[in-house]
Structures are given as structure tokens and as C-alpha cells.
Design a protein around this ligand. Structure first.
Ligand code: NDP
Length: 249
């Protein structure tokens, strides 16, 4: 941390791009950044209404053209400092039934989409000489897996490896890349049917050492920290936000 930084100063989050920002976790992250004084560019694949003060743009993270349009908007606001790759999809399929199309779509969104956004953000940061930060929203499912989410678990493992590899590639430019791995987060749309069932929620609580499901705001706090000067010596890391689940047998 530099001498004149207090670790969480809003001025250090000047322009922040959050993908998947119409969803539970993305909206919480966008809101948290807006509250610390950032100019937030929130994107998602469909139009939606965010809280006042947050600029929303429709952007499918698999579209290089739409990504460039977002970078251009960030440039108009002064240039991107922080990217949060939050867009993601989950599918439950029997391993013997997964089609190549389902596999490709999961990897297109969860891995390639995150890569394309990170690459575009890094290019912009480097051309402006800005030491920025990239935070990818991975998952505890890179480590603790379910039998019916093979493609999803594999994609989140790939995202975690990508975060570490990009951390090394971009370190010479002073750009930090980290991964936040949430456990079960209740207030999102990712698994509407699963978490809507009380029995399923209770089972997950019992598997979690802290005996709670997480909230989107728990993930947002971790993201804000990793993007802040307080985390200026942290890169290539995965921060678990999982109530202790990964530590348990
Ligand atoms: P949500 O479904 O609420 O949010 C994800 C958002 O990403 C949705 O708005 C979704 O749109 C959007 N999205 C999907 N595909 C694209 C695309 N191609 N381009 C742009 N946006 C897209 O889920 P969460 O908030 O829970 O998930 C956020 C992230 O957190 C994901 O990466 C997820 O894997 C991860 N995560 C979530 C956990 C949980 O328990 N909820 C646990 C661990 C990780 P649409 O609704 O139209 O699909």
C-alpha cells in the first residue's frame, strides 16, 4: 500500500466495469462500488434497470464488438481502472447427457467471455499506463463439486487457472488479477429452483461450517477489498467467500 492510501479510498475506484450486473451478485457489486464513489459501468446481456447513478449497457460477454463499446464508454468516463467479471451461467445435466452445444455455451460465457473482457480491459489499462485490477467471480465449485454440474465446475476451475495465469502475464504492467470464489449465495437468480426449495437450502446450510448461506453483499465486500489499495500486493489469489465450506471434508 502506498503512503497516502488508506486502503479503501473511493478515489482508487474511479471507473469500474461489472459484467452480469443485472444478476444478484453483480448488482450487489455494482451497488457497493457506487457507494464508495466509483463511476460504475454495469453490463448484462439483456436490458434492465439498475439503481440510480449506475450506467447500464447491454453487453453479451461473448461479443468482442459489444465489449469494445463498453471499453469506449469507460474511456469517455476517464478510462477503466477495475473490471469485475461476474457474468456466468450454470446448467445441471447428467454427465452422459451433456451436449457439445451446452458445454460450449458454458465455456463461452464463463471462461472465454471473462477472458475477452479481461483482455480488452488490460489493453485499455496498459495503453493509458494505468495500474488496474481485474477480479473474476469464480466458484467454490472449482474445488467442491456436484455430480450434475460437470461443465460448470470445469469452467470455474478453468477460470481460476486463467486468473492465476493472467496475474503473471499482467504483473509487469502493474495490473493485478484475482479470483473470488463464492460458496452458496442465496439472493441470486442463478439457481432459482434449487435454492427456492427449503430442504435444499437446509441441506446446504448443514454442509457449511458457519451454518448460513451467503449473501451477494458478502461477495461484494470481498471484491471491493481485492480492488482496493489495501490489496495492492495481492495478485493471482483466490479468496473464498464460502462460510468455511472448502475447508471442510
Ligand atoms: P445471476 O444469474 O443472478 O447473475 C448472472 C448474470 O449474468 C445474469 O444476469 C445473467 O443473465 C448474466 N449473463 C449470463 N450470460 C451472459 C452473457 N453471455 N453476457 C452477459 N451477461 C450474461 O447469478 P449470480 O449473481 O448468482 O452469479 C454471478 C456469478 O457468481 C456467476 O459467475 C456465478 O457462476 C457465480 N457464483 C454464484 C454462486 C451462487 O450461489 N449464486 C456461487 C458461486 C459462484 P441471464 O439471467 O439472462 O442469464
Amino acid at each position: 500500500m502506498s503512503d497516502n492510501d488508506d486502503g479503501m479510498r473511493p478515489s482508487t475506484h474511479r471507473v469500474v466495469w461489472v459484467t452480469g450486473a443485472a444478476g444478484g451478485i453483480g448488482a450487489a457489486i455494482a451497488g457497493a462500488y457506487a457507494r464508495v464513489g466509483a463511476k460504475v459501468v454495469a453490463t448484462d446481456q439483456r436490458p434492465w434497470e439498475a439503481v440510480p447513478g449506475i450506467r447500464t449497457i447491454t453487453c453479451d460477454v461473448t461479443s468482442a464488438i459489444e465489449i469494445e463499446a463498453v471499453i469506449a464508454e469507460c474511456d469517455r468516463l476517464g478510462g477503466i481502472d477495475t473490471l469485475v467479471n461476474c457474468a456466468g451461467i450454470l446448467r445441471r445435466d447428467d454427465v452422459l447427457e451433456i451436449t457439445p452445444q451446452v458445454w460450449d455455451r458454458l465455456f463461452d460465457v464463463n471462461v472465454k467471455g471473462a477472458f475477452l473482457c479481461a483482455q480488452a480491459a488490460a489493453r485499455s489499462m496498459i495503453s493509458a499506463g494505468r495500474r488496474g485490477s481485474i477480479v473474476n467471480i469464480g466458484s467454490i465449485n472449482a474445488e467442491k463439486v456436484f455430480a450434475d454440474t460437470v461443465a460448470y465446475c470445469t469452467s470455474k476451475g478453468a477460470l481460476q487457472a486463467m486468473s492465476r495465469a493472467m496475474a503473471l502475464s499482467l504483473a509487469p504492467h502493474g495490473i493485478r488479477v484475482n479470483n473470488v470464489a463464492p460458496g452458496a449465495i442465496a439472493d441470486t437468480r442463478l439457481e432459482p429452483t434449487r435454492w427456492a426449495q427449503a430442504a435444499e437450502r437446509d441441506a446446504m446450510r448443514l454442509r457449511t461450517p458457519l451454518r448460513e448461506l451467503g449473501a451477494s453483499t458478502d461477495v461484494a465486500s470481498a471484491v471491493i477489498f481485492l480492488g482496493s489499495p489495501g490489496a495492492s500486493f495481492i495478485t493471482g489469489a483466490t479468496l473464498l467467500v464460502d462460510g468455511g465450506r472448502a475447508a471442510s471434508v
